[in-house]
Ligand binder design. Structure first.
Ligand SMILES: C[S@@+](CC[C@H](N)C(=O)[O-])C[C@H]1O[C@@H](n2cnc3c(N)ncnc32)[C@H](O)[C@@H]1O
Length: 261
């Protein structure tokens, strides 16, 4: 039993190590987001975490604010299971929801109709622009007036800023080379290969594979090359009715974008 609990915790630690391999300032970014919520909203609130993975951002927010609750959404059954197994101590305040943001009815699964803050890390760049517009519109509907949206993500420069793009790419190369080639941290592909081969995860890994096939049939395969630029996020937030849309933290194209409802 203890060995199983330890294994789940190891898997979560290796998820964090893998993500930190790409984002050495990941914890700083989480901290900026959490602090911003406290400064603007206070210490008691309901947060909606989009593309939560194993609940990484929600976990940090709930630790910082014992009076907060989080509704955290993801479409990956393996990462959700990892969150359920490792974050049980937050069970009263953390609701992990299995939903795909490409489904126009994803919000029906939340169990809440109003939230104070919508947050996301390293997730919304996966969405095609049409889905992104729809998700920001839905987020605006769910947020109370004065509520916040905070997106910590890779939000690339436009093609007109080729020098900025080049510098960001060079910084990424340095960081990922250090983490994955020099320090030997398992990268995304190696993490997934190990996780899906882990006997603890056999059933959920099979479910994940089947779900991904079904999602490809429903929504079309995801274009891994396409990463939505910052300007599209800003335009989509503006179209959704947000105001005061701006970057509050940045390292090259790794940013925290804040918008006020
Ligand atoms: C790189 S992970 C980040 C997870 C977590 N937020 C973190 O910072 O560790 C990206 C997450 O977005 C989720 N995701 C991508 N597309 C999604 C969609 N259409 N609906 C729901 N979740 C999605 C993935 O399943 C994955 O968990």
């Amino acid at each position: 039993m203890t060995a199983t609990i330890d294994r789940w915790q190891q898997l979560l630690a290796s998820w964090d190590a893998q993500q930190t391999g790409y984002l050495p300032r990941r914890e700083e970014r989480f901290a900026v987001m959490a602090r911003t919520i406290g400064e603007v909203i206070g210490d008691s609130f309901v947060a909606l975490d989009l593309g939560c993975g194993p609940g990484s951002l929600s976990q940090r927010i709930l630790t910082a604010y014992p009076g907060a609750t989080a509704v955290a959404v993801d479409s990956d059954p393996l990462l959700l299971e990892l969150g359920r197994q490792t974050l049980a101590r937050y069970a009263e305040r953390l609701h992990l929801i299995d939903a795909d943001l490409r489904d126009p009815h994803w919000h029906h699964r939340l169990g809440v109709e109003n939230v104070d803050v919508v947050v996301s890390t390293t997730a919304l760049h996966w969405l095609d622009p049409g889905t992104l517009y729809a998700v920001y519109r839905r987020a605006a509907d769910l947020l109370r007036p004065g509520g916040l949206l905070l997106n910590g993500d890779n939000l690339p420069y436009d093609t007109t800023q080729s020098t900025h793009q080049r510098l960001a790419a060079a910084a990424d190369d340095r960081v990922t080379h250090r983490a994955f080639a020099v320090d030997g941290v398992p990268d995304w592909a190696r993490w997934w290969a190990a996780a899906t081969a882990d006997p603890l995860l056999t059933a959920v890994a099979e479910e994940r594979a089947a779900r991904r096939q079904q999602a490809d049939r429903t929504y079309g395969p995801r274009d891994a090359e396409q990463v939505t630029p910052l300007s599209t996020h800003v335009a989509a937030l503006s179209a959704a009715g947000f105001r005061e849309i701006g970057t509050i933290w940045q390292h090259h194209d790794d940013r925290v974008l804040l918008a006020v409802r």
